[in-house]
Design a protein around this ligand. Structure first.
Ligand SMILES: [Zn+2]
Length: 418
């Protein structure tokens, strides 16, 4: 009985440890805006996860529709492959494709480190060595401009040794009113300590899209609730009287998938010879012995239906996910890409009806949203579809931040929107 109680106590304390989230603000000490940076405008970069390019119109998000009328809207924004949350949020703030910044998926295996990254493991998320490129907040802090993050992929790790001046550990428990109030409090700080770049992340629309599908009433409701929060945020920020530019983006879209006939792990794959990572629309095989690649690839090619098989060296160029682009050596030797709306699924539980990850050039439903408004933006402008790596040079320009490292964004958006 006693040992049973000890076990029970352990289980309970573990459960509590999981449920307990640190919601305190983390502040890097002794940082100040330089006098030059104090003269700069402000940018709030908002991401609504999984907010498909057509959601605002489809679900009549009236506040967002009005806000984009006062500024710029893109036909859509193209996410990088794979169209997943972590790689794309990090592409937006680095201007680099996933294979160039290293965060190639939400979960992936690194053969050199002999370990896996997982978006759900705090020790990985907070380990700056996983993240390449120079995120916008690092660029800002390097130039003595303060930044703040109400969540963004990468913002909890010291990257090049630097965290945003103000940040939080990711959690979904804090009420929206409190988050919005925090943004206003930041903007009301004395000029020396006031952040000029604020990132703000909202997961709810993605959750609804996965659980109920993009066409469900629950997803419509999530879009409309988010729309109300956008009005609360912009109204609250307006009370500061500061020149704030808003950029509202998403990381990817959402597609209703085939949940009945999912794809199993193909029989040709010998897990003694390959590390299998991924699932859903992209399965990656890392060969333990490179000699196994050719024969397995051939066999897979023969038996593949409803999915495409590639060797890393012959991945379609436009995906930027092949051997030439693989700067961190994290892409598999063989890749299986399911044809929409099919998914690979290896558990006995039925998959959720909505998901994302497909090639955005083939599946328009993967496209993301871009709206921007504020004093720096042209008004009533509609621009054609562009890639999300273009957001980086845009924000750098808005904040007057300089950089000489190479990025994938070409900066072609600047003339059209500013
Ligand atoms: Zn998602």
């Amino acid at each position: 009985m006693k040992s049973f109680l000890i076990v029970l106590a352990c289980v309970l304390s573990q459960t509590l440890a999981v449920a307990q989230v640190d919601t305190t603000q983390r502040v890097a000490p002794n940082r100040k805006n330089s006098p030059e940076q104090q003269q700069k405008p402000y940018v709030i970069l908002i991401s609504a996860d999984g907010f498909r390019y057509d959601y605002a119109d489809k679900y009549q998000a009236k506040n967002l529709l009005a806000l984009r009328e006062q500024g710029v809207q893109a036909e859509s924004m193209v996410p990088a492959f794979p169209t997943k949350t972590f790689p794309n949020h990090y592409s937006i703030v680095t201007g680099l494709y996933p294979a160039h910044h290293g965060l190639v998926n939400n979960y992936f295996y690194d053969p050199q480190r002999k370990e896996s990254y997982s978006m759900r493991e705090r020790s990985k998320v907070e380990d700056g060595r996983w993240y390449g490129g120079t995120p916008l907040w690092v660029l800002a802090e390097q130039q003595q401009m303060l930044s703040a993050s109400f969540f963004w992929v990468g913002s909890e790790a010291p990257i090049q040794g630097i965290l945003p001046t103000y940040h939080y550990q990711y959690s979904e428990v804090m009420p929206m009113e409190k988050r919005i109030q925090t943004v206003v409090d930041w903007l009301n700080l004395p000029e020396e300590r006031r952040p000029h770049l604020i990132t703000f992340y909202l997961p709810e629309v993605d959750h609804a899209g996965h659980r109920y599908g993009p066409d469900a009433p629950e997803t419509k409701q999530a879009v409309q609730e988010l729309d109300t929060h956008m009005k609360q945020l912009t109204d609250a920020v307006a009370t500061t009287g500061l020149p704030v530019n808003f950029i509202f983006v998403s990381d990817h879209g959402m597609l209703h998938i085939d949940t009945e006939n999912t794809l199993p792990l193909p029989a040709a794959i010998d897990t003694a010879k390959f590390m299998v990572s991924g699932g859903g629309m992209v399965v990656e095989l890392h060969a333990k012995n490179k000699k196994a690649i050719r024969s397995t690839y051939r066999q897979l090619k023969e038996e593949a239906t409803k999915y495409q098989v590639y060797r890393k060296k012959n991945m379609p160029r436009h995906l930027r996910y092949g051997k030439k682009d693989d700067r961190y050596g994290r892409i598999g030797d063989i890749l299986l890409l399911s044809d929409a709306p099919k998914v690979f699924h290896f558990s006995s539980r039925k998959p959720s009806p909505g998901t994302h990850g497909y090639d955005a050039c083939q599946v328009k439903e993967m496209h993301a949203t871009f709206y921007a408004w504020g004093p720096a933006f042209r008004k009533g402008v509609k621009v054609p579809t562009f890639e999300n790596v273009e957001v980086y040079p845009l924000i750098a320009k808005l904040l007057g931040l300089t950089f000489d490292h190479k990025i994938d964004g070409k900066g072609k958006l600047l003339k059209e929107v500013l």
